[in-house]
Design a protein around this ligand. Structure first.
Ligand code: CMP
Ligand code: MG
Ligand code: ZN
Length: 706
């Protein structure tokens, strides 16, 4: 065994730290004057004339520990692959231990060991703690937390893994400060980059080759291994995440849970699998970006409500009955049909004008009220262009009002900047602008002009955005005229992202990605992704509203689908799912929609809203604490009372409103009753038909024998 405390003849330590020759000028040198001797620089070169060099070299080459580490490198790589496939397998079985194993933060080592019982065991080192994972246990993975043991070189045994526990990798990374045999080192790239993989592989090879000559400092070796483990782990983690995302999106829908027709409809409408195309691999999933939690809690509170700028009020004269009805826009089951009646088919214009003023956005972004009115008039006209039963100005107003509910009653506005609130409401207002009353699939199959323009990708959504922005090309409709260049860019980018995400083919991916992210302990909220999900949820939310509203929407939607079916028949195209007016099972389709589309979406939405709420709350508490510590009184912002949201208004704030679940349940039951009635009616009709058939057959029979 080596002895790290040995010194050379001059009394210098072998680690190079104390190697300055007493009284000698210039750089440190060894006894024979070699500035790169081992006793000066730690194993950089071996000086054959230096007795300490020779002794150390001999020891080093034979050093058992070095050999173990050498072999551990290949074992480690194997372990990472092993662990990767293990995780893959376990993920498929939806093992809950996944997060323990893949706890990212502070995990910086993965090894395979052989236990005393001879079984292979994977060790994941998480900071100063190790987790021993034993996959041979029946019933799943067993994760044991092992207390840290700091061992030195002399404690190493021949049977174990490298037990020496190093501190977390420094920012300089592998061998950041080390010089010598392991090579000249610059700061390594971040572990989640392709460069890092290359760097880790190169470093491992270098270290392996140096180990053969026994000239790698322990610290360098450890850091290299640690870094490589980090890189490999990150790669595995990324793969694992992709695996999660790419799971068969409808795998959780049991084949017998819904009728085939409904299943086909779900598959062709809500996944990227087009009815007309073979299933393909989805593109790389977007990563969750870390968003700085720039929450300006409490600031929204005062300005949110009823802040009508005087200039705005001048233009749109709102009749009193409409004003009265607009007072109820904060309710989940706001009656948009009624608003449309009272406003002579101008629900979108009145509602949007009111909301944009209430949020103080007209004032904040210096919108001309006249331009806003012009813009909204144009947008409303675009919604009426094709006379659609469902995708018209009422649907746009409904989605905008539901988004407003999420902002104000579910507390999301407290988490957003003015520009983000503006973009979210704007996206809702325009999200189906100039909808043709036919689906994307119809555009693709009928080779429409719009499909040609947008290359069959999110055809309608692209059109909604593009044509709405085109409206603002007219000077007197340009409500964004006074946004700064940066504001405009951010606004436009948000609106584009949100409206594109209303394409139902991204539904499963969106919901699953958000669900996975919310399940991670180190999840940081991504604003654009969160807003996309919220708008998407509002867009499909009517089955979570009062039955009277929901059935009316369903009637309109089916009418629109059937009209498309009629067109398909005319064009000799196959019927799209739910578009054949003679065979579509409306009640069944709504049960399927509630069970497999809307309920999971609203579940994730609820979770997201709670997360946002907690984050806002936390932020406000911090603000209060810091304000109290500097001024001795709570901060003005955070102590304001809110009429919009309970967040931040009291010491123990109420939870954000989430009223949708009860409606979903009730509506589902009612559809079930309908489905049973429909089935009974069908059975009776079939019975009747067979009686009639038999009767006419009997009548026909004697005639034929005559
Ligand atoms: P759109 O509003 O453009 O985006 C969401 C789509 O979901 C909508 O068009 C309809 O095609 C579909 N959708 C919304 N609600 C239902 C529902 N209750 N049943 C079936 N499909 C629906
Ligand atoms: Mg749409
Ligand atoms: Zn819509």
């Amino acid at each position: 065994m080596s002895d790290r405390s040995r010194t050379c003849d001059e009394g210098h330590a072998g680690n190079g730290e104390n190697a300055v020759l007493p009284g000698s000028p210039g750089p440190p040198r060894c006894r024979i004057g070699n500035p790169s001797c081992c006793c000066v620089t730690e194993y950089r070169t071996w000086d054959d004339d230096c007795p300490l060099c020779q002794a150390l070299r001999e020891e080093h080459v034979q050093d058992e520990y070095t050999q173990i580490l050498n072999s551990e490198m290949s074992v480690m790589i194997e372990a990472v692959y092993g662990l990767s496939s293990l995780v893959e397998q376990k993920l498929k079985e939806k093992q809950k231990t996944r997060q323990d194993i893949w706890k990212r933060e502070g995990t910086f080592g993965i090894f395979v060991t052989k236990g005393e019982d001879g079984r292979r065991r994977i060790v994941v080192r998480d900071g100063w703690t190790s987790y021993h994972i034993d996959d041979a246990q029946s019933g799943g993975v067993l994760v044991r937390r092992v207390q840290p043991r700091v061992l030195t070189r002399s404690h190493t045994t021949t049977t174990g893994t490298p037990e020496a526990v190093e501190g977390p990798p420094t920012s300089t990374g592998v061998g950041g400060n080390a010089s010598g045999a392991a090579g000249r080192v610059t700061a390594p790239p971040p572990v989640d980059t392709l460069e890092a993989c290359e760097r880790a592989a190169r470093r491992l090879r270098e270290v392996a080759s140096h180990l053969q000559h026994g000239d790698v400092p322990l610290a360098v070796l450890q850091k290299t291994l640690t870094y490589a483990a980090c890189v490999l782990e990150t790669v595995c983690q990324e793969e694992t995440r992709k695996l999660l995302d790419e799971d068969d999106e409808l795998s959780e829908v049991r084949p017998d849970a819904v009728p085939t027709e409904v299943r086909e409809w779900l598959e062709s409408t809500f996944t990227r699998q087009s009815a007309s195309l073979p299933k393909r691999r989805s593109e790389d999933k977007p990563r969750f970006r870390s968003v700085a939690n720039a929450i300006r809690a409490g600031i929204m509170v005062d300005r949110l409500y009823r802040r009508v700028s005087p200039s705005a009020a001048v233009h749109l004269q709102v009749p009193p009955p409409i004003l009265d009805l607009l007072k109820t826009t904060d309710e989940w089951c706001f009656n948009v049909f009624k608003l449309n009646e009272l406003s002579t088919d101008q629900a979108l214009r009145y509602l949007s004008f009111d909301l944009l003023n209430r949020y103080g956005l007209v004032h904040k972004f210096k919108m001309s009220s006249l331009f806003l009115e012009n813009f909204l008039t144009q947008i409303e006209a675009g919604y009426k262009k094709y006379g659609n039963p469902y995708h018209n100005n009422m649907h746009a107003a409904d989605v905008t009002q539901t988004v407003h509910f999420m902002l104000c009653r579910a507390g999301v506005a407290n988490w957003l900047t003015d520009l983000e609130i503006f973009a979210t409401l704007f996206a809702a207002i325009i999200h189906d602008y100039e909808h043709t009353g036919t689906t994307n699939n119809f555009h693709v199959m009928s080779r429409s002009e719009t499909a040609l323009i947008y290359n069959d990708r999110s055809v309608l959504e692209n059109h909604h955005i593009s044509s709405a922005f085109r409206v603002m090309q007219r000077d007197d409709c340009n409500v964004l005229a006074n946004l700064s260049r940066e504001e405009y860019r951010e606004f436009r980018s948000l609106v584009i992202e949100m409206v594109l995400a209303t394409d139902m083919t991204s539904h499963f991916q969106q919901v699953k990605t958000m669900k996975t992210a919310l399940g991670h302990h180190d999840f940081s909220l991504d604003k654009p992704k969160s807003l996309c999900l919220i708008l998407h949820a509002c867009d499909i939310s009517h089955p979570a509203k009062e039955w009277s509203l929901h059935t009316r929407w369903t009637g309109y939607l089916m009418e629109e689908f059937f009209k498309q079916g009629d067109k398909e028949k005319q064009l000799g195209l196959p019927y799209s799912p739910l578009c054949d007016r003679n065979t579509t099972m409306v009640a069944e389709s709504q049960i399927g929609f509630i069970d497999f589309i809307l309920s999971p979406t609203m579940d994730v939405c609820s979770e997201l809203i709670m997360k946002i709420y907690q984050q806002v709350l936390h932020q406000q508490q911090q603000q209060r604490a810091s304000s109290a510590s500097t001024t001795g009184t709570p901060s003005e912002d955070s102590s304001r009372s809110s009429s919009v949201s309970s967040v931040g208004s009291q010491d123990v704030p109420k939870e954000p409103a989430r009223p949708w679940m009860k409606y979903l349940e009730v509506n589902r039951l009612r559809w079930q009753e309908r489905a049973a009635q429909d089935a009974e009616a069908k059975r009776l009709a079939e019975e009747q038909a067979s009686v009639t058939n038999n009767g006419s057959a009997e009548e026909a029979a004697p005639a034929s024998t005559e």
